[in-house]
Design a protein around this ligand. Structure first.
Ligand SMILES: Cc1cc2nc3c(=O)[nH]c(=O)nc-3n(C[C@H](O)[C@H](O)[C@H](O)COP(=O)(O)OP(=O)(O)OC[C@H]3O[C@@H](n4cnc5c(N)ncnc54)[C@H](O)[C@@H]3O)c2cc1C
Ligand SMILES: *[C@@H]1O[C@H](CO)[C@@H](O)[C@H](O)[C@H]1NC(C)=O
Ligand SMILES: *[C@@H]1O[C@H](CO)[C@@H](O)[C@H](O)[C@H]1NC(C)=O
Ligand SMILES: *[C@@H]1O[C@H](CO)[C@@H](O)[C@H](O)[C@H]1NC(C)=O
Ligand SMILES: *[C@@H]1O[C@H](CO)[C@@H](O)[C@H](O)[C@H]1NC(C)=O
Ligand SMILES: *[C@@H]1O[C@H](CO)[C@@H](O)[C@H](O)[C@H]1NC(C)=O
Ligand SMILES: *[C@@H]1O[C@H](CO)[C@@H](O)[C@H](O)[C@H]1NC(C)=O
Ligand SMILES: *[C@@H]1O[C@H](CO)[C@@H](O)[C@H](O)[C@H]1NC(C)=O
Length: 584
């Protein structure tokens, strides 16, 4: 069953050429690169179509590039960022191997894209727009999205081009009582999301997506196909939360599915400042990470435009001002009666009633959190979900995000200070999310996977701002808003390091040099924020598995430079030039 995805019938051994590639900095030419791709893919043509790459001359180049580029801020021509010279959409891992050969041979930088949701667009843009920049190309995993579910072992192989929506829909088609703990947005890609952790409404009950990975298949810097056994535990460890892009092109993950009850309960209750939102959020901080692990109370704060009827200040007077609204968006893995008992015991102030709650299946809950309408037929909704369609709240925008971790409850006046940032026009487009931690997230120690944000964290904050205009001045204004808010929060959040979540990527914390080596010290500025002490092990693994830093981007893990130089020759000396098909 599971071999379906790995296509073991043909193992194609693709071994790299040793000679010309590793000579003194081969000059990069995108024409030669494209020619190489055409030639190498042709060799595999008997098995798989070679019509899988697009250069800027192909009519559909721009639409393919933009189709899954989630952040319009980075895809627009006014961004000043560099676009790829080609997009490769492999149908089989042998085509990835062939592409890696051409990338190396022609000194073209490689980016991998699965769902294209990277906050800073590192899967499809390069920030190196200098006149002597390296051209780059994208390996886009969109065609590698098969999923095979094994309901006997409760495991699945998932190719990285699948979206979360497709994964959830496929699980639901196979079982009513299996699920998977990952994010809520259905168009997010498995490749980036699982590589950086993957937090969702079931994380308190079942950990992060990456905590549930049990095997992986990737193409490494020498174009070899490796799995957990052949890569070894260090390399495998790094793929479970060390961030996409640094350790190979991940083709598929094997995951452990989790048991879900046939009936779960959701609610989404909203409280304005006039309805004591500040006090409620303050109290929430004391229970969010400690409450029953089957309950996840996630908080979304916005400053929406509200009609006169929407707000009542409690004294019966209509309130015309903008306010801040806190949405308590929740999933309970159980029935409504049990949920209401827990709410009464732990958080009676919120006043959740039976009418606020809806019982449904796990897959319907995933549809609910994807903000798709629940009144369509389930099969229609599963179609919507698996095509990655999200509701209005999840459509493409110009966007900037940041994150923080909270270890001590923020006092009420600290929260009130946040609302100040929502009061001016800029803040009307902002959003702040509080995502509760605790529960099974704390089952693992800080070093068991690269994702270190476990015991001691009450919740994670995500700051986001969305706008719909391309002008640079607009972007600067909104980006400044989020930076000011982030500065304001410093006294209330984790420090030394001020931790951030790699999947909410933020280039404000630092980036690698666009040319030449990046020192360990330089990369530490952001590496410790994302990975704490695990950064050191990630650098060691990187130095071992990719000493020439073939897999790199603005925030990839750098190898140690001294070793990089010393091993440069040895590493590649024993390679021969041929493509061999072996029947296994
Ligand atoms: C609207 C929205 C909602 C979100 N909701 C959540 C949420 O609920 N919970 C949460 O935890 N996160 C959430 N995220 C963040 C999300 O998890 C990350 O942005 C994630 O990295 C996206 O993965 P992707 O494959 O879609 O992105 P991509 O842009 O394709 O990739 C992200 C990074 O991983 C690398 N990468 C991608 N695929 C591979 C691969 N196959 N092999 C190696 N490297 C690869 C890319 O090169 C890039 O560096 C959300 C993001 C957005 C935009
Ligand atoms: C892109 O254009 C090249 C050259 O015209 C062609 O060989 C290739 O098949 C095109 N790719 C696709 C996917 O159509
Ligand atoms: C290069 O990109 C930066 C933004 O990262 C931008 O400010 C600058 O104008 C760009 N330069 C060119 C030549 O496009
Ligand atoms: C807000 O809290 C105050 C004091 O705790 C209370 O008197 C009031 O009824 C609350 N308002 C609402 C709308 O719950
Ligand atoms: C959570 O729910 C599962 C059943 O889905 C149950 O086995 C487990 O005991 C529950 N956890 C708690 C803390 O009640
Ligand atoms: C929760 O309610 C708010 C306000 O109506 C809405 O904007 C938001 O999309 C809802 N969230 C979900 C998951 O339905
Ligand atoms: C489904 O609900 C939406 C509002 O959420 C409503 O606009 C629509 O008419 C409903 N459709 C059906 C078929 O009931
Ligand atoms: C879901 O319902 C809405 C209206 O309620 C409709 O516009 C939409 O097309 C439906 N989706 C599908 C897949 O039928």
């Amino acid at each position: 069953m599971e071999s379906q995805i790995i296509h073991r019938k043909f193992i194609i051994l693709y071994v790299l050429a040793a000679l010309s590639i590793w000579g003194a900095a081969a000059s990069s030419s995108s024409e030669d690169f494209l020619e190489c791709l055409g030639f190498e893919l042709q060799k595999l043509d008997k098995l798989y179509s070679s019509d899988i790459f697009y250069s800027s001359n192909n009519a559909s180049f721009t639409s393919i590039l933009q189709s899954s580029a989630f952040n319009l801020r980075l895809g627009s021509s006014s961004s000043g960022l560099q676009k790829p010279v080609a997009i490769i959409t492999p149908l089989h891992e042998s085509q990835i191997q062939a592409s890696v050969y051409c990338f190396k041979n022609h000194n073209i930088q490689l980016r991998v894209r699965s769902g294209g949701h990277d906050f800073e667009g590192l899967s499809y843009v390069s920030y190196d727009n200098s006149s002597n920049s390296f051209p780059f190309a994208v390996v886009d995993m969109r065609n590698l999205r098969s999923i095979s579910i094994d309901t006997e072992t409760n495991t699945a192989w998932v190719q990285t081009g699948a979206t979360l929506g497709l994964l959830y829909a496929t699980i639901a088609q196979n079982s009513k009582t299996l699920g998977f703990p990952a994010g809520t947005c259905p168009s997010v890609g498995v490749g980036g999301h699982f590589s950086g952790g993957g937090y969702g409404m079931m994380s308190r009950a079942h950990g992060l997506a990456s905590d549930n990975i049990i095997d992986v298949v990737l193409v490494d810097a020498d174009a070899r196909i490796l799995d957990r056994e052949s890569m070894g535990e260090d390399h495998f460890w790094a793929t479970r939360g060390g961030g996409g892009a640094s350790f190979g092109i991940i083709v598929a993950f094997k995951i452990k599915l989790v048991n879900v009850p046939e009936i779960v309960t959701v609610f989404n209750v909203s409280r304005t400042l006039e309805q004591n939102a500040t006090q409620l959020i303050h109290k929430w901080q004391y229970i969010a990470d400690k409450v029953d692990e089957n309950l996840s109370l996630r908080l979304f704060m916005t400053s929406p435009k509200v009609s006169d009827d929407d707000i009542n200040d409690g004294g019966g007077k209509k309130n015309k001002k903008r306010t801040v609204v806190a949405h308590f968006t929740s999933l309970f893995l159980g029935g409504v009666d049990h949920l209401l008992t827990i709410m009464k015991e732990t958080f009676p102030e919120l006043g959740v009633t039976n009418e606020d709650c809806t019982e449904m299946s796990w897959i319907e809950a995933m549809i609910f959190f994807a903000q798709l309408p629940l009144n369509n037929t389930t099969s229609q909704l599963i179609d919507d979900l698996s095509s990655g369609t999200g509701g209005s709240g999840l459509s493409k925008t110009y966007f900037k995000g940041k994150s923080d971790y909270v270890r001590v409850p923020i006092p009420e006046d600290g929260l009130t200070g946040i609302w100040e940032y929502f009061k001016n026009e800029d803040g009307w487009l902002g959003e702040v999310q509080f995502s509760p931690y605790g529960g099974r997230i704390n089952d693992l120690s800080e070093t068991q996977t690269p994702f270190p944000h476990r015991a001691g964290n009450i919740y994670m904050i995500e700051y986001g701002i969305h706008w719909d205009e391309a002008r640079i001045s607009e972007s600067q204004k909104h980006i400044n808003w989020i930076r000011r808010l982030h500065n304001y929060m410093a006294p209330y959040v984790s420090n030394s390091p001020r931790a951030q979540y790699i999947n909410y990527r933020d280039l404000d914390v630092g980036k690698n040099n666009l040319h030449g080596y990046t020192s360990y010290n330089q990369a530490s500025s952001w590496g410790f924020k994302y990975f704490k002490m695990n950064f050191d092990r990630l650098v060691r693994v990187k130095t071992k598995v990719d000493p020439t830093n073939f897999f790199r981007n603005e925030q990839s893990i750098p190898p140690l430079p001294s070793l990089q130089i010393n091993t440069f020759r040895d590493h590649h000396n024993n390679m021969k030039e041929f493509v061999q098909y072996a029947n296994v």
